[in-house]
Every structure is written in C-alpha cells, then in structure tokens.
Ligand binder design. Structure first.
Ligand SMILES: C[S@@+](CC[C@H](N)C(=O)[O-])C[C@H]1O[C@@H](n2cnc3c(N)ncnc32)[C@H](O)[C@@H]1O
Length: 291
C-alpha cells in the first residue's frame, strides 16, 4: 500500500493499515505517537490538532521507511534507534537489549536506597542503561560495567557520552571462573539483569523479541537457567564490600532458586525478593554481612 497523500492523517492511516496484522489498535496508536514525536516533535494532542497539515517530503519519507521496517516485525525502538529510560535518551540497536520498564523500577530502587554509595558495579550492561542512569543521578560515585559483547559495549559507551557521564566499561565473561580476579576493586553496590531464559522457553516468546533482540542477552546455554545468578553471587563474595548490597532483576519462575542459592552462601545478613508493579516477583536484594 502507498501513503494516500502527505497530510498527517494520511500517514497515520498508512501506519494503521500496514501494522494491522502485527499489532492491536492501542499499540499502533502508541507507535504512531512515538514515531511522530521522534520525527516531527508532535505530541499526541498535536497529532489530533494537526491532522490536516502537510508533512514535508523528507519527514514523510522517514515515516514511510519506519512503517516499512515496523511491518517486518522490528521493535519500534530499533527502528528509531533510540529509546527512553528513566527520563534519559539511550541509543539502541540489535546488539543490545531494549531497556525494559522493570529495569527502570530496579534502578529507581537502587537510586533511592544508595544515594551516598561511592562505588557501583553492573554486570551484563548491554546498552549501559543501568550504569549511565546511576552515574547521572549519583555523580560522585565510581561506576563500573562489564559485558561480554564488544558491540554492546560500543553502544554503552555512546550512551555514556550522549548523557555526559563517565562510566568505566570493560569486556569480560561473567561465566569465566577467573573473571572476578580481573576486577581490581570492591564495590558498595552490585547489580545485574543477566540472561535468564532457557532456549526451550523461546517458543513462548513474541517474535518481536525472539527474532530481533540479541540472543546473547536473552538466553542461557544449557539447562541451568540460574547459572548467571549463581556466578554473580559467587563474584559478590569476593567483590561486594561488607555491608554492601547486591541487586538482581529476576525471572519470576526461578526467583526462589536464586534466593536459596544466595542464602546457602551464608554471606548475607538478608536476602529479600521484591515484586514489580505488575505484582510479579522480579527483584532480589541481598545485604552482605558485616565482618
Ligand atoms: C538481559 S541483558 C541486560 C542488559 C541491560 N543490563 C539491561 O538491563 O537492559 C544481559 C546482558 O548480559 C550480556 N552477557 C551475556 N552473557 C554474558 C557473559 N557471559 N558475560 C558478560 N556479559 C554477558 C549480554 O551481552 C547482555 O548485554
């Protein structure tokens, strides 16, 4: 199908017809609002008020290309090349997971509970949404972040630059038994949102996620769904300061297993599971014993 004309309403109609097979009406409305805001700077109410206004050729082409890319099932954030996280702008592409609202909740909790902390470590940083937001809000802190993917780290570095903060990024493999030896300091706060989906669970995922987001960010190899959590808990035994806090974003299905593993180390004075806004057990917070 072609765009029937160059008025705003023609483009909006084009999005509805192109995306009808992929999305429900409210989702298309949200996509139109975000795409129009990104290209034209128009709010939702502008879209209603300016329906009959003409869009210039270059913006029309951009919006047309976005609709065609969206029709292939690509998530909107990849099509636009950016997203918002905790009121900050982040570049995203196929090498990084699109930051999720649950991760914003995690960051919000960390920021509220650790205003005076001096050092943070994020493992499996992806777009860098966690360390960049922490550094932006707690500028005096030293913030370190690791990922196994050079491409993800390149994006995370751009996001630190974009948001004008200094984050110390490193390449590293959390699953390597000697990984912790490469980290040359201890931290007051450790955080991770690691991969936690077993390959056999992929069938239950939407194609938008499964076919477009990086498998390195989503899936664990083999049958152990909590391998990353166990490794990071082990790392925290060496690298989390006494009295320091460890935070995880969790798969609700394996949250109890992760909690039990943390408790079994006997190294934490408290291990707590926390629900997200939808009522799912989504986060873990563990406080290291003071010695
Ligand atoms: C679920 S994503 C989380 C990304 C980001 N922290 C967020 O919350 O949006 C997990 C990240 O872990 C990284 N990763 C996967 N395996 C890893 C490993 N063995 N060592 C270090 N990082 C790894 C992936 O590249 C990905 O960026």
């Amino acid at each position: 199908m072609r765009v029937a004309g160059n008025k705003l309403r023609h483009i909006s109609d084009f999005y509805f017809s192109e995306l009808a097979d992929l999305y429900e009406k409210p989702e298309i409305e949200a996509i139109v609002a975000t795409a129009f805001y990104s290209v034209l700077g128009f709010s939702r109410s502008d879209i209603q008020l300016k329906k009959e206004e003409n869009v210039n050729q270059s913006d029309l082409l951009k919006l047309y290309d976005y609709a065609k890319a969206l029709k292939t099932g690509q998530p909107l954030q990849y099509v636009l090349g950016e997203t918002e996280f905790y009121h900050l702008k982040f570049k995203v592409n196929k090498s990084v997971l699109i930051p999720r609202p649950e991760t914003e909740e995690l960051v919000d909790m960390i920021l509220k509970e650790n205003k005076n902390a001096a050092s943070f470590l994020d493992l499996g940083t992806g777009s860098g949404c966690i360390p960049v937001t922490i550094k932006k809000n707690i500028p005096q802190a030293e913030v370190f972040a690791y990922d196994i993917s050079e491409a993800a780290l390149a994006t995370a570095r751009k996001n630190a630059e974009l948001n004008q903060v200094f984050v110390r990024y490193f390449i590293g493999d959390i699953l390597d038994p000697d990984f912790f030896k490469t980290i040359d300091q201890d931290f007051e706060v450790m955080v991770s949102n690691p991969p936690y989906i077993k390959k056999e669970e992929a069938m239950e995922m939407t194609t938008q996620v499964k076919d477009h987001e990086p498998h390195l960010a989503l899936f664990v190899n083999g049958g152990d769904a909590i391998i990353f959590y166990r490794k990071i808990i082990d790392i925290s035994l060496f690298k989390l300061k006494s009295g320091g806090s460890l935070y995880f974003e969790l798969n609700p299905l394996t949250s109890i297993e992760v909690k039990r593993y943390a408790e079994k180390t006997n190294s934490f004075s408290s291990v707590e599971l926390i629900k997200d806004m939808s009522g799912n057990t989504r986060f873990l917070k563990a406080i290291k014993k003071t010695v």
